[in-house]
Design a protein around this ligand. Structure first.
Ligand code: URA
Length: 190
């Protein structure tokens, strides 16, 4: 994995020479049963160099704890490995969604990363990783909380944990989806 990370860093450094990007690599156990994939790191993730350690990560941890899944059992990563930003009207650096070009750029790397981790199931968080790995036409609203096959990969789509910040009604849906996932983990344990 170290070799993979340094190759990826070199590749991105070469592309964005004049605009250095700070990469936030995936973290967790190689051979983890579950690999969680988010959209892209935010400010906190970039500062701390770890995925899902900001507000969205706190939401995620809260729900995982509720069903007895520990972060140490997982591998957590993102579809895009640097923070996509723009300047707001107030002149601040804020997050923006990754572009199709950025998602496409990282996709082969993401697939290699999945191959190295070898999870039984990939949990996509939000539309970005779902559409990157599966059909672009599927939407999270249609497929969340059930297992789907994406080119031979078992994928379990869930809403992005930040979506509950903007839409608290999703908390119940999120809880039900995480519970179903935890139950599958228990039942399918070898
Ligand atoms: N949102 C994401 O999609 N990924 C992170 O790592 C943090 C927030």
């Amino acid at each position: 994995m170290e070799k993979f990370r340094s190759e990826l860093t070199k590749f991105i450094d070469g592309l964005y020479e004049g605009d250095k990007k700070v990469l936030v690599h995936g973290e967790g156990r190689i051979g983890a049963r579950l690999m969680l994939i988010g959209e892209a790191p935010g400010e906190q993730e970039t500062l701390q160099g770890r995925p899902f350690v900001g507000k969205a990560g706190k939401n995620l941890d809260e729900f995982l704890e509720l069903v007895g899944i520990d972060r140490s059992e997982l591998y957590v990563s993102n579809a895009v490995k640097f923070r996509p930003t723009r300047i707001s009207e107030a002149g601040r650096i804020v997050n923006r969604p990754p572009t199709q070009e950025e998602i496409r750029l990282f996709l082969p790397w993401l697939k290699r990363e999945i191959g190295m981790v070898g999870p039984e199931c990939v949990v996509t968080l939000g539309n970005v990783p779902l559409k990157a790995l599966c059909d672009r036409r599927v939407t999270i609203g249609e497929v969340h909380g059930r297992f789907i096959d994406c080119e031979g990969l078992r994928v379990y789509p869930m809403y992005h944990p930040a979506s509950m910040i903007y839409n608290p009604a999703l908390r119940e849906v999120y809880r039900a989806d995480v519970e179903r996932l935890a139950q599958w983990l228990r039942v399918s344990e070898k």
